[in-house]
Design a protein around this ligand. Structure first.
Ligand code: SF4
Ligand code: SF4
Length: 544
């Protein structure tokens, strides 16, 4: 018998165990082929039975070798619970079972390197938004609207909004004239498809989201905009009319911007906006990370890099203060597009968010086109687990504080506030968006929801979350062409379109009862909570 070595990992240490029923299995091999993590393998097990067949006991030992599917006893080939094996098994002979006694987090720092994970923050289960309801309903004194028949104005600004008195208007010869330049502002749908790069996502997943964006705009006249994420864009798209639906992101790695700058003279239309990413809510203070496994040839071409781990610095180089960032980045990016394209900034929610917003509000050039705040429950392509689970700040109270700081100065709405980070997490993005808007956001941005609609099987309870590995079993977060083929672009795009059409109706269903026909930005009187601490912090009504 082999010596027991207590330090070695066993099945009981892994986060997921495979439940296998050999009596149902026909050894078709589908499960092994489907498992991108090589967590299971076909093997042979020896069985030994003692039988007696005659009138007199004549024990006879028989040995058999039977083929089986086995879970690998390996931390590097850990089952992530994606369920692909279960999905493809024609006989329901195999499925992953969560292991409550897993010790893998103690054992997985192989070679002394920190655990990395993609996907989501798994420690924040309690959401403030779920403890808030829309409690002010117009009834007797101010009738509510009919959500089916009334016309609603569901638009939010992307770009610096000037006060009426600040507009350089004059009347000459009976005509209203604009005397000087005014900052560009686009009125768009209050849900932006959030920044997931073309390296983090597979080409098909990125294409599905951009297809859904174009379809919603052109067929349904819903002016949704999509952010490119840090990593550039395909040249074809840069030169196409569809560029007008895209918000181009620049982050600290400046990936893809060489191509964008070269494509500038060939652009037929302006992009919808520029988003300068300073930080990300799911891993604040950490730069982007695209592991070499995902740096496929087309990613190398778009980003102009060799096949290697691509790490963006945690901060923009040469940036020592937010004031400097506003001046340098905003000025150069505004100038690059001849001051025709709104430029906004995205930061991770943090204890300092209000100070940053206050500084932006004082922007003397009036060119800061928006403040995007990203909270702790946002998603990530790849990050150290310690950053994912133990850094970050919830976004709800920060948006509220920023809004109230602007109200105090009489500047609310001038630099639009956009909120993101885990919105739509529980399935109802319209309710989350509506509540954030009532708290002071002009609009919201969502990314994780989109990949869920594409077919992602990950969740906040640790299922899958292997977006960093390059082995995404659904073809969404991988660059392996065999896996990417698993994703049906048209179906994924259709799911997103259907969800957004439903979300649009749901937003109306929430606006109508409070009697608002335009977005209720800052209408905190519409919200009620049964949690006293939340009521006090957000300055909304407490009810019990
Ligand atoms: S659940 Fe996913 S990772 Fe686990 S064995 Fe099945 S296919 Fe492989
Ligand atoms: S299915 Fe793909 S995108 Fe979803 S959590 Fe797993 S690896 Fe990430």
């Amino acid at each position: 018998m082999e010596t027991v070595r207590t330090q070695d990992a066993t099945f009981n240490d892994l986060p997921w165990k495979i439940e296998y029923l050999p009596e149902r299995c026909t050894m078709c091999g589908s499960c092994v082929a489907a498992c991108t993590f090589k967590a299971i393998e076909a093997g042979v097990e020896r069985r030994s039975i003692t039988i007696s067949t005659g009138h007199q006991p004549e024990p006879n030992q028989q040995h058999k070798a039977i083929p089986v599917i086995k879970q690998r006893n390996s931390i590097t080939n850990t089952c992530v619970g994606c369920g692909m094996c279960e999905k493809v098994c024609p006989n329901r002979a195999i499925k992953p079972i969560r292991n409550a006694d897993s010790r893998v987090n103690m054992l997985a720092r192989i070679g002394g390197s920190p655990i990395k994970r993609g996907g989501r923050n798994n420690l924040t289960k309690e959401r403030t938004l779920d403890k808030i309801v829309i409690g002010r309903i117009s009834q007797m004194t101010d009738p509510s609207l009919d959500s089916e028949r009334h016309t609603f104005d569901i638009l939010a600004p992307f770009g610096r909004v000037l006060l009426p008195g600040e507009l350089p208007l004059s009347v000459s010869d009976g005509e209203l004239r604009l005397n000087e330049w005014t900052p560009p502002v686009h009125w768009i749908y209050p849900v932006i498809f959030s920044d997931m790069s073309i390296g983090a996502l597979s080409t098909r997943a990125w294409e599905a989201i951009s297809l859904a964006t174009a379809f919603l705009n052109e067929r349904h006249h819903i002016p949704v905009r999509m952010s490119s994420g840090e990593g550039g864009m395909p040249v074809q798209l840069l030169k196409s009319e569809q560029l007008k639906y895209m918000i181009m992101q620049i982050a600290s790695g400046h990936f893809g911007w060489n191509r964008i700058i070269k494509a500038l003279p060939h652009m037929k239309v302006d992009p919808a906006g520029i988003l300068i990413k300073i930080g990300q809510g799911a891993k604040p203070g950490d730069g982007g990370l695209l592991p070499a496994a995902k740096v496929a040839e087309h990613i190398q071409a778009i980003r102009g890099v060799p096949k290697a781990d691509l790490m963006s610095p945690p901060n923009h180089q040469g940036l020592y203060s937010i004031e400097e960032s506003v001046q340098k980045m905003h000025m150069s990016l505004n100038a690059a597009f001849k001051f025709r394209v709104p430029v906004a900034i995205k930061c991770a929610a943090s204890a300092t968010s209000v100070s940053v917003y206050n500084n932006l509000l004082r922007d003397p050039y009036r060119i800061c086109g928006g403040f995007f705040l990203d909270g702790i429950q946002g998603g990530t392509g790849a990050a150290n687990e310690v950053s994912l689970d133990h850094t970050g700040h919830p976004v709800v109270s920060k948006v509220r504080e920023c809004y109230l700081a602007a109200v105090k100065q009489g500047r609310q709405g001038q630099i639009p506030l956009w909120a993101g980070g885990g919105l739509g997490l529980t399935g109802n993005a319209a309710a989350d968006a509506f509540k954030m808007i009532c708290l002071g956001a002009n609009g919201v941005f969502m990314g994780k929801l989109l990949i869920q609609l594409c077919g992602c099987v990950g969740n906040e309870e640790g299922r899958c979350n292997a977006c960093n590995t390059g082995y995404c079993p659904t073809g969404i977060c991988t660059q392996d062409p065999r896996l990417v083929r698993r994703l049906d672009v048209d179906k994924a795009a259709q799911n997103i379109v259907d969800y957004m059409l439903a979300l649009d109706s749901e937003l109306r269903k929430l606006m109508a009862p409070i009697g608002n026909s335009s977005l209720p930005v800052g209408r905190s009187d519409a919200l009620v909570t049964t949690d006293k601490a939340i009521a006090d912090k957000l300055a909304i009504q407490y009810a019990c």
